[in-house]
Design a protein around this ligand. Structure first.
Ligand code: PGA
Length: 252
């Protein structure tokens, strides 16, 4: 039996107490009976507001980042233990916006994955090439290097991570990768995970980058695309629900 698809919303730095409440209520109401795993990765201050999700088995709570340190004098940081206390089940690590704007190196991303795994949280490890790297024919080399760092540090439990392939040129641009482009990279990542763990079939490999109601279905039927990491479209209940619907159909 195939594993359940995972659809995770990445709200990025968006939301308000009122907007979050309306969005989450609409998503829960609309997804009744959905046979896939659905999560929302929210800004850290809203984890407290969204504690209702701890008791709602349908929609799971996620975070967007975590400190690479356990605890201590790291002003502004949020630890994996804190996320755990708030019922966080998934944590995005190594998003390209953090690699780009906050200088996160592969080794830092690997440490973040290690810390959340140690607290029983599933890291959603993001990898992806820039447009220049794709045009230079370096896509495979770049994503494999990014994933290799996480495998190196977390080899013993690598089948417990989720991976998101997010081509940087597709994020927030409306330019979704074609199903063939995405599938090609997902197959590479699957083979790399298989060589490392022997259990690559257990790992959800998500596609992210302008996935929306129109593009979701053709991506989610690809053999190695096990879900989506959804930015802009996760902020509108109807769009997010249509993607969840596409994940259901793809599995059936
Ligand atoms: P997007 O973002 O769906 O708005 O392109 C995806 C992401 O950055 O995770």
């Amino acid at each position: 039996m195939s594993k359940k698809k995972l659809i995770a919303g990445n709200w990025k730095m968006n939301g308000s107490i009122a907007a979050n409440d309306a969005l989450v209520r609409a998503v829960i109401a609309g997804m009744a009976g959905a046979d896939c795993t659905v999560a929302v990765c929210v800004p850290a201050p809203y984890l407290a507001q969204l504690q209702i999700l701890r008791h709602c088995c349908a929609l799971l709570l996620g975070a967007q980042d975590v400190s690479q340190h356990e605890q201590g004098a790291y002003t502004g940081e949020v630890s994996a233990a804190m996320l755990k206390e708030f019922g966080v089940r998934f944590c995005i690590v190594g998003h390209s916006e953090r690699r780009q704007h906050h200088g996160e190196a592969d080794a830092v991303v690997a440490d973040k994955a290690r810390l959340v795994l140690a607290h029983g949280i599933t890291p959603i490890v993001c990898v992806g090439e820039t447009l220049a790297e794709r045009q230079a024919g370096r896509t495979g080399e770049v994503v494999k290097r990014q994933l290799a760092a996480v495998i190196h540090t977390n080899g013993h439990c690598i089948s417990e991570i989720a991976v998101a392939y997010e081509p940087v040129w597709a994020i927030g641009t409306g330019q979704t990768a074609t199903p063939e482009q995405a599938q090609q990279v997902h197959a590479l990542l699957r083979a790399q995970l298989q060589a490392a763990s022997g259990h690559a079939d257990r790992v959800n490999i998500l596609y992210g980058g302008s996935m929306n109601a129109a593009t979701a279905a053709s991506l989610l039927v690809q053999p190695d695309i096990d879900g989506g990491l959804i930015g802009g479209a996760s902020l509108k209940a109807q769009d997010f629900l249509q993607i969840i619907g596409a994940a259901q159909t793809a599995r059936a």
